[in-house]
Design a protein around this ligand. Structure first.
Ligand SMILES: *Cc1c(COP(=O)(O)O)cnc(C)c1O
Length: 442
């Protein structure tokens, strides 16, 4: 935060001095102004990005209509609720699965998936350390052990060879996070999972509308999980949905999201689960938002791919690496700098880009998940971690390392992508990256 604050202050100061210069007679200004040290905007040069990033409203008449219909109902409970039915129906249109359960968050969706997969005491689940902490909360609540694997240098998704190295007799599942909406190598992960009899869960929270070799994300693994949190492509404030076509897991999703009781065929509480239900008002907004999804996904895919196309030749930049037959939906765009090819560090590069008018920030999460205090202290349950105290795991997060992950977090720069941006703005961002990269080229 403070880094960003100081950057915007500096931008403000730079902007103010430009105004002062404009007020002076041009000839006098040229004589008195110090010669800028470069043509970078941060040194007083002209900005590379000449158009605003663009803004727009994320909801409107469609949501209002659904909410009004919802208010005519006498029950706002999800089970048999018309808004929930509509939301699930629309979800299945773009993510064709046999079973789907709406729920209160993406974190809930993943917890439901993990519970339905039968993951419990001391089981190991291999996943990504660069993700939202919601990816692993359900694993830990089931008293299972997250095992963090390394990631691809430009995809930021699971490195399949490293996943394989981390498989032990205790491994039960893999949670593949499609980070930023870039599909994981699902064919390789599915083949690996099948070979070792593991369950493949897809964390699609950042990947609404993404496609893996033409197949909708969430349909290749055994269970797919989505978030409708406010920052995601589509939202109802907070919400989630979990889907599966697998007869072993699909029929269990409902009860693991609803206190362990099966509403389809009541048999008492034969499972233990918490309450992760989504109510009708949220489902009304979620159903409306899905009518916008394809346009949002298509636009973001186009803008992100355009940025790659325009910066791919820069020797000091590693662009976001997407398989040519996949559709990435860019929750954000992330590129890396090659520090050895530049005379500046990531912080200077980022500040220079901000001054050029590009909406960027350094890195993503501050540390890999295993670096967070709660992992370093193994303090998950009132400061303790039962599975470790019981001798069911030797996991020590304070000694855990994923070298590529740590390099990614140290050298990456995140560029905002959203559906309201114009191609012209993205071309400006590409020009800014080129200008800054060339200026600092080693
Ligand atoms: C947002 C997110 C989650 C958690 O979703 P919530 O709805 O915030 O609980 C999980 N995984 C990833 C990759 C996310 O981006």
């Amino acid at each position: 935060m403070s880094e960003l604050d100081s950057v915007s202050r500096r931008q403000f100061v730079a902007g103010a001095s430009t105004l002062l210069l404009a007020g002076t007679a041009q000839g006098a200004a040229e004589k008195t102004a110090a010669k800028p040290s470069s043509d970078l905007a941060i040194d007083g040069g002209e900005k590379a990005v000449k158009t605003a990033a663009g803004s727009g409203r994320r909801w409107g008449d469609v949501e209002r209509q659904h909410l009004e219909a919802m208010l005519e109902q006498n029950s706002l409970f999800y089970w048999q609720g018309p808004q929930t039915k509509l939301f699930i129906e629309r979800f299945k249109e773009f993510c064709p699965v046999k079973y789907a359960q709406s729920c209160s968050s993406g974190t809930a969706a993943i917890h439901i998936a993990v519970a339905a997969a039968g993951i419990g005491l001391g089981d190991e689940v291999i996943t990504s350390p660069i993700t939202d902490i919601g990816t692993v909360i359900g694993i830990l609540y089931q008293q299972a052990v997250p095992v963090f694997a390394d990631l691809g240098a430009g995809t930021y998704n699971l490195d399949v060879a490293d996943v394989e190295r981390r498989i032990t007799p205790k491994t039960k599942a893999i949670i593949a996070v499609h980070l930023t909406g870039n599909p994981c190598d699902l064919d390789a992960l599915k083949a690996l999972a099948d070979r070792h009899n593991l369950i493949l869960i897809e964390d699609c929270a950042q990947a609404w509308g993404a496609k893996s070799r033409g197949r909708p994300i969430g349909t290749v693994g055994h269970i797919g999980c989505f978030s409708l949190q406010n920052s995601k492509h589509v939202t109802c404030g907070d919400g989630g949905i979990v889907g599966s076509s697998d007869e072993r897991f699909g029929p269990l999703l409902q009860k693991f999201g609803d206190k362990g009781g099966n509403r389809v065929k009541w048999g008492g509480f034969d499972a233990f689960a918490t309450n992760y239900r989504m109510s009708e008002p949220q489902a009304a907004v979620a159903a409306a938002q899905l009518t916008r999804l394809e346009a949002i996904a298509a636009k973001r895919a186009k803008l992100g791919n355009l940025l790659t196309e325009k910066i791919a030749d820069l020797p000091s930049i590693i662009p976001h690496q997407v398989h040519p037959e996949d559709r990435a939906v860019y929750w954000f765009y992330m590129f890396r700098i090659r520090p050895e090819a530049l005379r500046c560090n990531r912080s200077v590069f980022t500040k220079a880009l901000l001054a050029e008018g590009a909406s960027v920030s350094g890195g993503y999460i501050k540390v890999p998940l295993y670096g967070e205090p709660v992992f370093q202290n193994h303090g998950f349950f009132a400061g303790r971690w039962p599975v470790k105290e019981m001798g069911l795991t030797t996991m020590d997060f304070s000694k855990h390392h994923c070298p590529e992950v740590e390099a990614i977090l140290a050298s990456s720069i995140r560029a905002t992508i959203n559906e309201n941006m114009s191609e012209e703005y993205i071309l400006g961002v590409a020009a800014a990256i080129r200008k800054v990269a060339q200026h600092y080229a080693a």
